[in-house]
Design a protein around this ligand. Structure first.
Ligand SMILES: CC(C)(COP(=O)(O)OP(=O)(O)OC[C@H]1O[C@@H](n2cnc3c(N)ncnc32)[C@H](O)[C@@H]1OP(=O)(O)O)[C@@H](O)C(=O)NCCC(=O)NCCS
Length: 161
């Protein structure tokens, strides 16, 4: 199982004032807030942690069927700028994050080995959805394969394993 999330940093800057009162408390645990306040670039850390949580949520929702908005239950364990885990109600998801000047893209998987198997989808790939959750049909085997897609501002990323 996989999940991904992309943040267009220019759009995030324009649309989301992460410094507004109460925002950080609603989304980030005290430990995560400490990571943000100690970061060289706090804004990038905000979206880094955010994208990890969203990528992990996409797996959590698929696995459990539980939907909702519960950012404080998606707890980031930060190894370094590009890797870590997100724990949600005793489920652990591994994350890898790419940070550029333009975007932040996080991928979450249930097993670390899956990182080596990630394939990037072409934006023209035919993607179907059940209850809003995307999948593709493998052309050779005709078997449904879960995919994860994310779009924000100028960017679109789709992945499968
Ligand atoms: C559903 C949710 C994950 C979508 O994330 P988003 O950043 O708004 O949008 P993205 O572009 O990254 O992802 C949207 C795509 O994810 C897919 N998707 C939607 N719900 C999904 C789910 N529950 N699981 C997996 N994939 C899902 C869809 O294919 C959708 O694409 P579409 O709009 O073309 O159909 C998000 O709105 C949400 O509900 N998050 C809850 C978790 C939380 O508490 N987040 C707080 C901030 S950290």
């Amino acid at each position: 199982m996989i999940g991904n999330d992309i943040v267009d940093l220019a759009l995030a800057k324009k649309e989301s004032n992460w410094k507004r009162k109460g925002f950080l408390d609603k989304i980030f645990t005290p430990k995560e807030q400490l990571l943000i306040s100690n970061a060289i670039n706090p804004e990038v850390m905000v979206w880094n942690l955010w994208s990890r949580k969203e990528a992990a949520y996409k797996i959590y929702n698929r696995e459990t069927g539980i939907r909702g908005y519960f950012p404080l239950q998606l707890v980031c364990c930060f190894e370094n700028e590009i890797s870590g885990t997100v724990v949600c109600n005793e489920n652990t998801y591994f994350t890898q994050t790419i940070i550029s000047d333009e975007f932040i893209h996080s991928i979450a998987v249930v097993k670390k080995e899956y990182f080596n198997e990630i394939k990037t989808l072409n934006s023209k790939t035919k993607i179907s959805k059940t209850n809003g959750i995307p999948f593709i049909i493998d052309e050779q085997t005709k078997i449904e394969k879960p995919v994860s897609i994310s779009h924000h501002g100028r960017f679109w990323r789709g992945i499968s394993v």
